[in-house]
Design a protein around this ligand. Sequence first.
Ligand code: NAP
Ligand code: ZN
Ligand code: ZN
Length: 348
Amino acid sequence: MPQSKGYAAQNAQSPLAPYSFSRREPGLSEIAVEVLYCGVCHSDLHMARNEWGQSAYPLVPGHEIVGRVVMAGNSSKKFKPGELAAIGVIVDSCRHCAPCGRGEEHFCAEGATLTYAAKDRVDGSITMGGYSNNYVVDERFAHSVPENLDLASVAPLLCAGITTYSPLRHWNVGPGKKVGIVGLGGLGHMGLKFAHSFGAHVVQLTTSLKKKEDALKLGANEVVLSTDANAMKTHAGTFDFILDTASAPHSLDPYLSLLKQDGTITLVGLPEKPAALNVFSLIARRASIAGSMIGGMPETQEMLDYCGRHNIAADVEVIPIQTINEAFERMLKQDVKYRFVIDMSSLK
Ligand code: NAP
Ligand code: ZN
Ligand code: ZN
């Protein structure tokens, strides 16, 4: 493999800066990909700053990757050099446990290998993510890309897309359901698009009322300022399902009060501190709090194909990699419309 170039954090306090490293040669069923675009997920920021206490440095973030195959191992069947391929949050798993057998590699009993800051199952090195010029992955963990979509806008589907598609499908969001999406960021705007596309009545819950017009354009039937207690009260007890994508610590109580009897709130946002919760908000309606994490390989491909058929992709702001630190700061200020995507040609 040619020398890999990317941007890395050297520790939890350092900004991302240029970094060179090497990747192993692709094995028999593996492909090497030239990274064209990589989305900027809030998890990249949490991880670069070690907010979950599990980071390994140097840390090259990035798990929303769209690229072109430059090499394919002899036994690879899915891809040929020159084709497009996409890589998401996990790049390997044990491949023999029950969840792996079901195509739920993200729930691998032995732990899935994350795209960055994880131990590579093949050579024991630390995985380096997609804020870089190339990636090497087994073809099982790479996806075909719908031809009709803008490539930069496809990249965020690999994390923000599947992380919202999967729970909305699992909890049967569709016609006749009133559904809330908490947070209009990268995940939230994809959740909004999918819930709308699945035919639900969708209410965007936001702390930034200035995003109201955008939310309506993205498919919301209604927009509610979640910090306005009176506005929230008018919706009390009326939601079947809520998907919470908020990235910062927040109380669940205002959202629980929106649920109908037996309603569910599913958490996908991962704030660095535990969620506050008053149990009375739960018992008063036999509500359920659930969680969900990305999706398995077959469901990720299903989601990409769905997006191709329905012309769904992320709303993106394409940036050169040199401005990644400013992008992180804007993400913290909730100032993203609605996903930053790095154009990797800026690395050259
Ligand atoms: P993002 O683009 O920064 O969006 C987060 C949004 O959360 C903000 O735009 C804001 O929306 C809302 N928010 C922020 N602080 C809030 C608060 N105190 N109360 C209520 N809402 C608040 O981030 P993202 O990339 O979508 O990621 C969101 C979270 O999901 C992150 O924690 C990330 O690590 C996690 N994540 C989880 C998975 C998984 O598999 N479960 C996968 C990917 C990411 P408004 O301005 O509309 O209020
Ligand atoms: Zn992510
Ligand atoms: Zn497994």
